[in-house]
Design a protein around this ligand. Structure first.
Ligand SMILES: [Cu+2]
Length: 462
């Protein structure tokens, strides 16, 4: 076999040119490796989609190429929602968000609670103006649905999670749900052989945020894209992190990741990466699978931009917030809380999530509630205490549940506050600076977002 072209260094334009030169359309992308037969990964008959079973969520371990923020195509593996092959121009490498209900239903849905109203463009509308706090609003309590990104399973406490995983690749793979066992241990399929199917059934763990991933040759398979997130909600407390924990107006899931394109091309060529011999040097950094202008919702694709606003770009109307009691409203049906953002890092880079405009309040890390007093410094030197933070550290394989208050910024003096005519939009960026770039320098092409403090509503009266 002739030497393969490293696909990740080819821009999409080059691929199109190559495709055109070979008389091929975009759909025939992998044939940019001209010597590779089209069925290079097809082993004895490629398994078809599994026959659906009620109450079972099917995941397919697929491979394929994803377009990065600079239009480079990079090889990925992932837990998909349908079977696709490596030459699929639109491979299924992330599962569609899915809700598993306490009644045992598996419902494809990117919003939860299922029956709750959907906030337009992701922004919950307020109840009405707050007479006691000019320019601020009373927030509806226990009302709005939240949108969730790809790769998210939302399971209701009391349900049984039944996963069926088909490995469509040439090497064994595993699905492990970290910390979701009854004793806080991991749950795993164990190695699933090529072209085989495994099942993983387990009682829904307690409310929280759990990462699932393939621990094979860690962290290589995870970095290649074999990861996802399980969010557990108590169906009796659909707007609380858990019973008696912080209440929120709506929630956001932020999945941080980074892409190591050299590892990807080595694995695509059939090699097995040794992370010691080839240390990771991530080249792309994503938030909910998007980078730079994509994760800021300013692409030329309005559908993608809308999904980004709904899933990622935190927004809300300013409200008076009392951090001492997130659940208390100023009157029945209203809330003095903010919004919940679940920061999740299945990647291999440590992130420093910096929110401009408002500090945020971390309530738990890795599903362990942080104390509100008598905080302490843990063995790694980190302060363990609920407090206002400007920058939130997010270590590899960590999850943190934080409340963003969506409040009037403390430095907005009255003449400024009352002169508002529109939205105030604040950046969120990672202070670990390499993550702000793409392709080794394209700035700001990496792990960025923003959040919006909505402007005055004309005519809104208390
Ligand atoms: Cu900053």
């Amino acid at each position: 076999m002739a030497e393969q072209l490293p696909p990740e260094i080819l821009a999409r334009g080059d691929l199109l040119k190559l495709g055109a030169a070979a008389g091929l359309g975009f759909a025939a992308l992998p044939l940019v490796q001209p010597s590779a037969p089209r069925n290079r990964v097809a082993r004895t008959p490629v398994p078809l989609a599994l026959a659906a079973q009620p109450g079972v969520l099917d995941l397919y371990i697929n491979e394929g190429y994803l377009k990065m923020v600079d239009d480079t195509l990079v090889y990925h593996r992932g837990f998909g929602s349908r079977p696709t092959d490596v030459d699929d121009p639109s491979p299924s490498l992330t599962m569609d968000p899915t809700v598993i209900t306490v009644a045992g239903d598996v419902v494809p849905s990117r919003s939860y609670p299922l029956e709750a109203p959907l906030p337009t463009r992701g922004t919950p509308a307020p109840l009405r103006a707050d007479a006691a706090n000019p320019g601020q609003f009373l927030i509806r309590r226990n009302y709005w649905a939240s949108y969730f990104p790809a790769r998210t399973i939302i399971a209701e406490l009391g349900s049984t999670i039944r996963l069926r995983i088909q490995n469509r690749l040439g090497k064994p793979h595993t699905l492990t749900v970290f910390g979701a066992g009854a004793d806080g241990g991991d749950l795993t399929t164990g190695p699933v052989a090529p072209d085989s199917v495994a099942t993983l059934d387990f009682p829904c763990p307690r409310p929280g945020t759990y990462i699932f991933a393939d621990p094979t040759n860690a962290p290589v398979e995870r970095v290649l894209g074999l990861f996802g997130v399980l969010v557990v909600m108590d169906p009796e407390h659909q707007w609380d992190i858990a019973e008696d924990l912080a209440t929120f107006e709506r929630q956001w899931v932020w999945i941080c990741h980074c892409v190591e394109s050299r590892w990807a091309s080595m694995e695509a060529a059939g090699q097995t990466v040794d992370p010691v011999q080839t240390p990771a040097l991530p080249r792309y950094f994503t938030l909910n699978g998007r980078s730079g202008f994509e994760s800021l919702g300013i692409t030329f694709d309005d559908t993608v931009n809308l999904a980004t606003e709904e899933e990622t770009l935190i927004s809300g109307y300013p409200r008076q917030l009392d951090v001492r009691q997130f659940g208390e409203g100023t009157e029945a049906g209203t809330l003095r809380g903010g919004q919940l953002v679940r920061l999740i890092n299945p990647g291999i880079c440590l992130h420093q999530m910096h929110f401009h405009g408002n500090h945020i309040w971390t309530v738990r890390r890795n599903n362990v509630d942080w104390p509100r007093h008598e905080g302490f410094v843990d063995n790694e030197g980190h302060v363990v205490l609920q407090q206002w933070e400007d920058v939130v550290e997010l270590a590899q394989m960590d999850t943190k549940d934080c409340i963003i208050p969506i409040k009037r910024p403390p430095d907005a003096i009255d003449p400024v506050w009352f002169a508002r005519t529109g939205d105030w939009v604040y950046p969120m960026h990672c202070h670990a600076e390499p993550s702000q770039t793409a392709a080794g320098g394209m700035y700001p092409g990496g792990l960025v977002a923003h959040w919006t403090l909505k402007g005055p509503i004309p005519g809104a009266t208390p």
